[in-house]
Design a protein around this ligand. Structure first.
Ligand SMILES: Nc1ncnc2c1ncn2[C@@H]1O[C@H](COP(=O)(O)OP(=O)(O)OP(=O)(O)O)[C@@H](O)[C@H]1O
Ligand SMILES: [Mg+2]
Length: 258
């Protein structure tokens, strides 16, 4: 199963991706969390902490440092996951695509680095969930090129601009033939949910504005490690159930592994 999380800048993509990845892992899935943002921060929302997140190698930067150029054959994505992936809480494996950290050398906007931009579409998903937290806007959605069996989650914070980008994300996903398109109104009230549902023609899922989430981010923690029963976490847990990936009640329970 593959899931992409897309939407306008600041809509809550990383926060919700991190929580969803942890919940799916607690529900028994092997989860690969792909950080597709060149300013990566998914590790923090997964609960690795700021230092380990900063230390996580970025695929593109690592390949460039090893002398790889776009003239070389595309590396095997499974091999990239083994070499550059980092294990996080609940067994979620984090893979960071690329990181902007110098003036030249590893610009992930460049099509020549499509290796990393295509990680989502190239990584085999058998026996696991691949969940991609995309860069803001819709460009990465096209690069990720989700297919019929994949899930696209379009997030919007309550603003006309955010709603419009979510609407276009759903439209693009439909054009790509994606079967399951979910629209989420984050930090939204009932009227926002109605507006987004009307605009997209899909029943929007609501995730409430939650001080526990904001507090977790302030402290560099994963919301699930601060309060797994907070209103936003419960809404994300019911989203996981709605996706058919986690049985009711399994979500939000702490890991129990021998
Ligand atoms: N439901 C929520 N309740 C309270 N705060 C939230 C909620 N969702 C997200 N936030 C806060 O909103 C901010 C933006 O969230 P996040 O970084 O997840 O957005 P993003 O879409 O990934 O942003 P970017 O486009 O920069 O990648 C963060 O400070 C986060 O803590
Ligand atoms: Mg983000």
């Amino acid at each position: 199963m593959k899931i992409v999380v897309t939407g306008k800048g600041g809509a809550g993509k990383t926060t919700i991706s991190g929580a969803l990845a942890r919940l799916l892992a607690r529900g028994g899935h092997r989860v690969v969390a792909l950080d597709c943002d060149p300013s990566p921060g998914l590790g923090i929302s997964l609960g690795l902490g700021p230092e380990a997140t900063e230390a996580a190698p970025a695929v593109l930067n690592s390949l460039v440092a090893l002398g790889h150029t776009h003239n070389d054959p595309d590396p095997d994505p499974e091999d990239l996951l083994t070499r550059f992936g980092v294990d996080g809480p609940d067994g979620v494996r984090l893979l960071v695509g690329g990181k902007v950290e110098q003036l030249a050398g590893a610009c992930v906007c460049c099509g020549s680095h499509s290796t990393t931009r295509k990680l989502f579409s190239n990584l085999p998903h058998e026996g696991r969930v691949v969940l991609a937290d995309l860069e803001a806007g819709l460009n990465d959605l096209i690069w990720a090129s989700p297919k019929a069996d994949d899930i696209v989650i379009a997030l919007a914070e309550p603003s006309a601009k955010g709603f419009e980008i979510a609407r276009r994300a759903c439209e693009l996903a439909e054009t790509m033939g994606v079967g399951q398109r979910i629209v989420v109104a984050n930090r939204a009230n009932g009227a926002d949910v109605e507006t987004l549902s009307e605009l997209t023609g899909l029943a929007a899922v609501a995730v409430p504005d939650d001080p526990a989430v904001a507090q977790a981010d302030r402290e560099g923690l994963a919301p699930i490690d601060v309060d797994p029963q907070s209103p936003a976490l419960l809404a994300i847990a019911s989203l996981a159930e709605q996706l058919g990936l986690v049985p009711a009640l399994a979500a939000a329970q702490p890991e129990r592994r021998g």
